[in-house]
Design a binder for this molecule. Structure first.
Ligand SMILES: C[S@@+](CC[C@H](N)C(=O)[O-])C[C@H]1O[C@@H](n2cnc3c(N)ncnc32)[C@H](O)[C@@H]1O
Length: 312
């Protein structure tokens, strides 16, 4: 696969030659869990992508493309269109490039190093900007949405897929314990430098997009489930989710709650939830699709006031 950069404006494209002394750039610690999630939930994620407005010749940006899984699924919907993935992580870009080469040697897909604060794409350069499960990872979701708005042509779309930290999954916890786990999660997030706001993007995704100056076309929720017996990828993903929850919420639980929680969330425990024969988990995603309006046309129809910029 050649790195396709025709919709990328003057971007450094992570094609830095490796020397013998260079260590390969690392992927984040959560990369194996996320890859397992992509394999285990590929059918559902493809079905979500199938609802996004796309034409076969469209130019598409996948912001914070990570391992490139969404790029491959977006690419499946195109013919002579292009997908460009932008991510700040050199390790992830390298990994994504390997995955895309294996899956689709002929893909018109490009990978590009870039930070969301200033995307390496020109104004109005893509028909669709896609951003999946990343707003909470980005320093400022509003900056990200504003940049997505800038690079999408008037009449094009911004589509954001998100979860909500408190409702990412429903597990068969005792209900009273679950409420205290949520309280502990909230306290853990409050202790973070930017506060908990961006971790709850899922529940107010439409408003986030309209606050960024986009016209929200639709907000849809998608739910899926997994039940015992879990396959290796489903189990890896759940192990990762529970590990993360233990790290974050565990220290904020009262001692007795922590014992009860650990019994259900520690893989070393005989009561570990995902090993139960009657285990059932429900997962929730929210997709918001917004249209980028042609401000020049909108302003022309007003009372003679001059066109306004995109407010970057
Ligand atoms: C949770 S991962 C999601 C990746 C991918 N969208 C997916 O669904 O698998 C978040 C991604 O955001 C990227 N990221 C974090 N901060 C960024 C920034 N300032 N600019 C661009 N990408 C960033 C990370 O490198 C990572 O790939």
């Amino acid at each position: 696969m050649s790195v396709q950069t025709s919709i990328v404006a003057g971007a450094p494209n992570d094609s830095r030659a490796m020397t013998e002394t260079d260590a390969p750039p690392k992927t984040p610690a959560y990369a194996p869990m996320l890859a397992a999630y992509h394999r285990a939930h590929a059918a559902e994620l493809r079905a979500i992508i199938a609802t996004v407005p796309l034409f076969p010749s469209d130019r598409v940006l996948d912001l914070a493309c990570g391992d490139g899984a969404h790029m491959r699924w977006l690419r499946e919907r195109l013919d002579d269109g292009q997908v460009v993935g932008v991510d700040i992580s050199e390790g992830y870009l390298r990994f994504a490039r390997e995955q895309i080469e294996v899956a689709d040697a002929d893909a018109s897909a490009g990978l590009c190093a870039g930070a969301v604060e200033r995307l390496p794409l020109g104004d109005d350069s893509v028909d669709l900007a896609w951003c999946a499960h990343s707003l909470y990872s980005l320093p400022d979701p509003m900056v990200a949405l504003s940049e997505l708005r800038r690079v999408v042509r008037p009449g094009g779309h911004v589509a954001v897929l998100e979860q909500d930290t408190l409702h990412r999954f429903m597990l068969p916890w005792p209900a009273a314990l679950e409420i205290r786990i949520h309280q502990a999660q909230l306290e853990a997030l409050r202790a973070r430098p930017n506060g908990p706001g961006k971790y709850f993007a899922g529940r107010r995704l439409g408003k986030l997009l309209t606050d960024a100056g986009l016209s929200t076309c639709s907000v849809r929720s998608f739910c899926c489930a997994r039940a015992a017996p879990l396959d290796a990828d489903e189990r890896c993903y759940l192990d990762g989710l529970l590990h993360d929850l233990r790290q974050k919420a565990g220290p904020f639980l009262a001692a007795a709650d922590r014992v009860a929680f650990e019994a259900l969330a520690d893989p070393a425990s005989d009561e570990y939830l995902p090993r139960r024969p009657d285990f059932h988990a429900t997962f929730l995603d929210v997709l918001a699709i917004a249209r980028v309006e042609d401000e020049r046309a909108a302003n022309r129809s007003a009372d003679g006031t001059p066109p306004i910029g995109r407010g970057r």
